[in-house]
Write a protein that binds this ligand. Structure first.
Ligand SMILES: [Zn+2]
Length: 162
């Protein structure tokens, strides 16, 4: 048989399985396949390959898609929760700062009074006043730093990167 005949048959097999062929081509191909074993083998291999492709795209892809969507949603939720926590932290920071500034003159007088009545050196009660300011601010800074590190470690080992 003419090699161009098999070539035509193979082109039609590929076309039939993918975009379809017209009746005239189909009849010609069926007649050829009836008498050519090599092209029959080729046609069956094509069908199997397409079946594998189709079954994969039906069973694996939706699982993969839903798993990926779930991970993306989970990550978005984590980011949102973290944003809310950070906002609350900043609001309480601002609030405590305003409160601190407002109460500073009073606190200063209290420390001064204690210093005078306990006959403490000025440096001691001034240092105590400074610590009164520094310790809460330091605690807040530590909480913010801890939270920031936690967020960064979520980025490194978060569900999206598992
Ligand atoms: Zn053939």
């Amino acid at each position: 048989m003419n090699p161009e005949t098999h070539e035509r048959a193979r082109r039609l097999i590929d076309a039939r399985d993918v975009e379809g062929i017209d009746d005239h081509e189909r009849m010609w191909l069926e007649a050829h396949l009836a008498e050519c074993t090599a092209c029959q083998v080729r046609a069956r291999a094509n069908e199997r390959a397409l079946q594998v492709l189709r079954s994969n795209s039906v069973t694996v892809a939706p699982l993969l898609v839903s798993a990926t969507q779930a991970r993306v949603r989970q990550r978005a939720r984590e980011l949102r929760e973290n944003q809310v926590r950070m906002r609350a932290l900043w609001i309480s920071c601002a609030f405590s700062w305003v409160l601190g500034v407002a109460s500073a003159p009073l606190v200063w007088r209290v420390f001064q009074w204690i210093g005078l009545h306990a006959a403490l050196p000025r440096m001691i009660w001034e240092t105590a006043f400074a610590l009164w300011w520094l310790v809460p601010a330091g605690a807040v800074a530590a909480v913010i730093a801890w939270n920031q590190r936690r967020v960064e470690s979520l980025d490194d080992y978060g569900p999206l990167h598992r």
